[in-house]
Write a protein that binds this ligand. Structure first.
Ligand code: UDP
Length: 377
């Protein structure tokens, strides 16, 4: 079934944050005029959404109001109410959500409430860490979805272990592979960008840290910043595009003195981030998407988290989980010491996240589901 048969604006794509814009962009391109973009406004500002819409050539979204800045329940409730109105006004043939945010859950519940076929992109991720709200969002969304697009065999196995019907699961690969390939600037453009920051290719650390486990307490954030400061003190430059939540936490906990040797900058656009990541000697992050992107870019990553729902990058040798204090510092030191050999090895290690055709597969399956929702029964 081709997407060409889908009526204009008939597939509602619901999202609310930066990583969802990134990962759903190639799918929206595949869907073409059939895609209808609804943005809950969970992270709505120029730096985190506006420029990503332009950079990724996405259509102007229908923007929900009054969602950002509320506690979790309020975000979900406000989104759900407005999505329900939007779906009644113009009923979609299918709803697509991605990942594990509050927007993902709201989109899924809105589709479920109106009996609209639901597609979950990046289904089956599990951290098995019930302290993370994202884990609850993933589980709930998976269990109401009709088409579960698992990025990897591991993700599909997680779904089977929860008794999700086999006919609802397809291993598609992860759309991140094609978005990275499409958005990574050319080699000369990357070289100019890296030089513009005064950095040497393969000679710096790129860090992003923003998850509650690293920013909600002074002790955790201090532990991360102390190790990054030590890396900088020993001569490896550290570039840190700082998420608004992290910047606020640094000020709240009075930790600015630990950021003087680190180069902190505002969050950057997607292509710029990929260029910087592509030439970093080491990435340090608690992000989900970066755990996948590092495998396409062939760069090593220290994941500053107590658990990960993405074991594939660790198993393939791209990433390691570290605790925010000494373990981060010691592992960074060891990985920087054998950097040349590690970078050479990773450059030839295939990404475990697929072949770059996930979006095309998901678009086709979505068209099929819209045509015969009975498949989902
Ligand atoms: N990213 C970006 N600019 C930055 C930092 C990150 O474009 O300054 C991208 C990054 O490449 C990844 C996404 O933002 O695709 C990750 O977003 P975030 O860490 O907010 O979410 P998560 O992936 O943890 O869900």
């Amino acid at each position: 079934m081709s997407t060409a048969h889908l009526p204009p604006a008939s597939v509602a794509v619901v999202l609310g944050t930066r990583p969802e814009l990134v990962k759903l962009a190639p799918l929206m391109h595949e869907l073409g005029p059939a895609a209808r973009l609804l943005h809950t406004g969970q992270h709505w500002d120029e730096a985190m959404s506006g420029r990503f819409l332009r950079e990724l050539a996405l259509p102007d979204p229908e923007l929900l109001t009054g969602v950002g800045g509320r506690p979790r329940a309020g975000q979900i409730a406000h989104s759900l109410d407005q999505l329900d109105d939007a779906f009644v006004r113009h009923r979609p043939v299918a709803v697509v959500v991605q990942g594990d945010t509050n927007a993902t859950l709201a989109g899924a519940l809105a589709a479920n409430a109106r009996d609209i076929p639901l597609v979950h992109v990046e289904a089956g991720l599990r951290s098995f860490d019930r302290a993370m709200p994202e884990e609850h969002n993933r589980v709930m969304v998976d269990h109401v979805s009709d088409l579960l697009c698992a990025a990897t065999a591991t993700n599909a196995a997680n779904l089977r272990a929860e008794s999700v019907d086999e006919h609802r699961i397809t291993v598609t690969g992860n759309t991140v592979v094609e978005v990275v390939r499409a958005q990574l600037p050319t080699e000369p453009a990357r070289a100019a960008l890296v030089a513009g920051y005064g950095l040497r290719p393969d000679g710096y650390v790129l860090a992003t840290v923003h998850r509650p486990e690293n920013t909600d307490t002074a002790a955790a954030l201090r532990a991360v910043l102390t190790e990054l400061d030590t890396i900088a003190r020993f001569g490896t430059e550290v570039l840190f595009p700082m998420h608004p939540r992290t910047r606020a936490a640094v000020e709240r906990f009075d930790l600015t003195s630990l950021t003087t040797r680190i180069t902190t900058i505002e969050p950057v656009g997607y292509a710029e981030f990929l260029a910087l990541a592509r030439h970093a000697a080491l990435l340090v992050s608690d992000s989900g998407g970066i755990q996948e992107e590092c495998t396409v870019l062939g760069r090593p990553l220290l994941v500053v988290r107590r658990s990960t729902e993405r074991p594939e990058a660790v198993d393939a040798g791209f990433a390691a989980l570290v605790r925010p204090g000494a373990e981060l510092g010691e592992t960074a030191h060891a990985w920087l010491a054998d950097s040349a050999e590690r970078l050479a090895r990773l450059a030839t290690t295939p990404s475990p996240y697929g072949d770059g055709l996930a979006s095309a597969r998901i678009a086709r399956l979505t068209a099929q589901l819209a045509e015969s929702p009975v498949l989902a029964a």
